[in-house]
Design a protein around this ligand. Structure first.
Ligand SMILES: *Cc1c(COP(=O)(O)O)cnc(C)c1O
Length: 390
């Protein structure tokens, strides 16, 4: 099988910067290069651009501009939310409630806090990767200082009932954080309707540049300072602003939100075509994640008798970029924490494949995948030590 095309199906990992976004960023590197904190026209121009994006991001998520803080990406926003709330509420309590399927940007800060003496409850999920709101209710104690549940999962695509979870947290007086990195541009994100007190987003997941994101902090939420230094971000996240990156994020969120209604319909139809096509043409295959409450661009399937990384290598040779939740780089052959938490049957656990669509994908891309994937899985099963050889 020779390389025929180039099909990028890993938009949950990152997305290409849109041409309009790159164009918007360009002047802020070498012409409008001023430091927003300085006191002359060139600086005011940069400052103005940054504040315009703050307004735009706020409008996109139903917040006020003073509640939006720029960060160096989604990981930083999650770290700030979790460690910041923990530090500011230490005297009040030491308990955090989160889920077992969070991104490492949430799980690892929680683990770091556990080493400092905080206690963390990692809520289980059902077979579709959903957190049941009643579980949150049961987990909250009078020492709970934060509930953090992601809006949508990056691996299996499951959308969480965050509004119901947030309501429970609020009724108990506990702030609610949501990692909405995968949600922006996929479905409407509104901090009021979601009931979020903190919300993380990342530009490179919706057509913006890497290394820039934002944390929404509801007015009145007790959160510590993230970075000490200058007075940027109202003294709470010091450091000269990534002006070109912020400008790019502003353009990207504007386009992502405007395109969402149409794009999400096309994506969901294409996603379902892919899922049906794969399940119909390849035996011993199952869908991971929720059948309907899932991101419009997410396909995640598990093939019995094959190994995820072998699938990726063969797809790569065919020009297809995809991802797996079953890495065998560790000797343990452990599937990802997300698939494990969903209780994926062991016979399927090693052969998962994630395909995440984007606006540049075409119907031909899908046809190509549906043409080559059955051959790839068939060949791997022929030589598989896991059984299933024919
Ligand atoms: C990508 C991602 C992050 C991390 O964002 P970065 O900007 O890459 O640091 C966090 N959470 C989720 C759900 C993600 O998909």
């Amino acid at each position: 099988m020779e390389r025929r095309r180039s099909v990028y199906l890993d938009h949950a990992a990152t997305t290409p910067v849109r041409p309009e976004v790159a164009r918007a960023m360009l002047p802020y590197f070498s012409e409008r290069f001023g430091n927003p904190s300085s006191l002359y026209a060139l600086a005011r121009e940069a400052k103005g651009a940054v504040e315009e994006v703050r307004d735009r991001v706020a409008a996109a998520i139903g917040a006020s501009p003073e509640e939006v803080f720029f960060t160096a990406g989604g990981t930083e926003a999650d770290n700030w939310a979790i460690k910041g709330v923990a530090a500011a509420n230490r005297r009040k309590g030491d308990h955090i409630v989160t889920s077992a399927i969070e991104h490492h940007a949430v799980l690892h800060p929680c683990r770091a806090l556990e080493k400092q003496g905080y206690r963390v409850t990692y809520l289980p999920v059902d077979e579709f990767g959903r957190v049941e709101p009643e579980r949150v209710e049961e987990a909250i104690t009078d020492k709970t200082i934060l509930v953090s549940v992601m809006a949508a999962n990056n691996e299996v695509g499951t959308i969480q009932p965050v509004a119901a979870i947030a309501k429970i947290a609020r009724d108990r007086g506990v702030p609610f954080h949501t990692d909405a990195v995968q949600a922006i541009g996929a479905f409407p994100v509104d901090v009021e309707r979601m009931g979020a007190d903190l919300l993380a987003l990342s530009a490179h997941k919706f057509g913006g540049p890497k290394g820039v994101g934002a944390l929404y902090i509801r007015r009145g939420t007790r959160v510590g300072t993230f970075m000490d230094g200058g007075a940027q971000e109202r003294g709470r996240r010091a450091g000269t602003e990534n002006v070109p990156g912020i400008v790019g994020m502003g353009k990207a969120i504007e386009i992502a939100v405007a395109e969402m209604p149409q794009k999400s319909v096309w994506l969901a139809a294409t996603r379902d075509k892919l899922i049906r096509g794969i399940l119909d043409s390849i035996p011993d295959t199952r869908l991971n994640g929720h059948p309907t409450e899932r991101l419009p661009n997410n396909v995640n399937v598990a093939f019995r008798y094959v190994e995820g990384e072998s699938i990726l290598l063969m797809l790569d040779a065919l020009g297809i970029a995809a991802s797996t939740g079953s890495a065998c780089t560790s000797a343990s052959l452990e599937p990802s924490h997300v698939l494990t938490a969903c209780g994926l049957p062991p016979e399927h656990a090693h052969g998962s494949l994630r395909l995440t669509l984007g606006s540049r994908n075409t119907g031909e891309d899908v046809d190509y995948v549906l043409e080559v994937l059955p051959q790839v899985i068939g060949r791997l099963r022929e030589i598989s030590p896991l059984g299933g050889g024919m």
